[in-house]
Write a protein that binds this ligand. Sequence first.
Ligand code: SF4
Length: 290
Amino acid sequence: MKDKFTATWVSHTSISDYLRCPRSYYLKNIYKDRENGKKIQIVSPALSLGSAIHEVLEGLSQIPTQKRFDISPIVKFETVWVKFSGKLGGFPTEEKEIQTKERGKQMLRKVMDNPGPLARLSVKLKQDFLYYWLSEDENLILCGKIDWLEYLKEINAVHIIDFKTSKKEENPNSLQLPIYYLLAKNCQTRPIEKLSYWYLEYDTLPTRMDLPELDTANSKVLEIARKIKLARKLENFNCPSGKKGCPACQSLEAILRGEGEKVGESERHNLYYLTRENNKQEEEIEEMIL
Ligand code: SF4
């Protein structure tokens, strides 16, 4: 039965966690620190870079088109960066922080030189955080946040853009764009004309991707959401590799063993710093969790 408070909420991030491994999903999405009931998050340079860049670029959509670049995004980046400096951003050394920050500035310089869709009209939805009933009967909700919606005035349609700060290209089987497509279809009224990834590290324009087939996207997401709901009901999140484990959740297990250093708190998470040798996943985590 439909009830927002007891529903199982799924997003691209939680679905990816579950597909990687149920225990990985449990550690990131269910486990809570005894101390204050917050979830755990490991800070890392890649995650900090992604978060800072997203905050600066997404903030631009709040500003009218003609004034969007009146204040340099690099100036804004400097302000935002304060939140991610030092151990709070997962930086083991000052050198690593300077290097990462410079990468961010380079990305923003590229955007300022080639603003493309960011200099054109955008759609600002009433709520940044989107959600809808994936299945009312099964009490399942799909949620997420779309980085940028360009408004295509001539055809009164939208272009979904996802900013990428990672060096790696998104896996072609990723459900990210199908999920954004479903969210945009169900949470706003304009037709969706285009979907793109924008690899900020090396591209000067978004890369257009094929539009997913709606029914297929819906069935795939629904199928995984059902599995997640069942796993939560049965509390079945055991490691399929037994005690040996695999690299995907070793960093989180290290936090549970008390090997991390708590460096701060966000609204929903306790933020932990791990030494590089403990944080084997550092280079894999390239995007912010929304
Ligand atoms: S160590 Fe085990 S539980 Fe963790 S991600 Fe790997 S297989 Fe899953």
